[in-house]
Design a protein around this ligand. Structure first.
Ligand SMILES: [Zn+2]
Length: 140
């Protein structure tokens, strides 16, 4: 796994908690913030954005990722996620798939509870046997 110092993890969680404040979650009331770090040391923040028709709802992790990709970023080092929940929050299945598209399989995914306690997992643990661009490229 990519090595992260405790100081770096705390910084990312602080930024993710700031992003959580921008959540638009009038239906669930469950606010989530994410902080995505690039290989060059930039941080992209995201919050969850809900919608009255529900399916257009976007998670904090994908908000951060899509902002970064739009800006031309393709090299990612870690992501931190924090919510209002009492338990550690982990990216949903859709977000895991999006992370697998752009991030190294050994990338740390920092999952925090609302108080900032956290656990760290590798992306490959969270989405084993992931379907990626490689699968498509190999079939050509
Ligand atoms: Zn998600």
């Amino acid at each position: 796994m990519i090595n992260l110092h405790e100081f770096e993890i705390k910084k990312m969680l602080r930024l993710a908690a700031e992003a959580r404040e921008k959540a638009y979650a009038p239906y669930s009331g469950f606010r989530v913030g994410a902080c995505l770090k690039t290989g060059s040391g930039a941080y992209y923040l995201g919050c969850n954005i809900e919608n009255a028709s529900f399916t257009p709802t976007n998670c904090a992790e994908r908000t951060a990722m899509f902002k970064a990709v739009y800006e031309g970023e393709r090299d990612f080092e870690a992501i931190a996620v924090i919510s209002d929940g009492v338990d550690y929050v982990a990216p949903c299945g859709v977000c895991r798939q999006v992370l697998a598209e752009f991030c190294p399989q050994d990338m740390p995914v920092i999952c925090a509870d609302r108080d900032g306690n956290y656990v760290v997992h590798e992306l490959r643990e969270m989405l084993p046997m992931s379907f990626t661009k490689k699968d498509i490229d190999e079939s050509k």
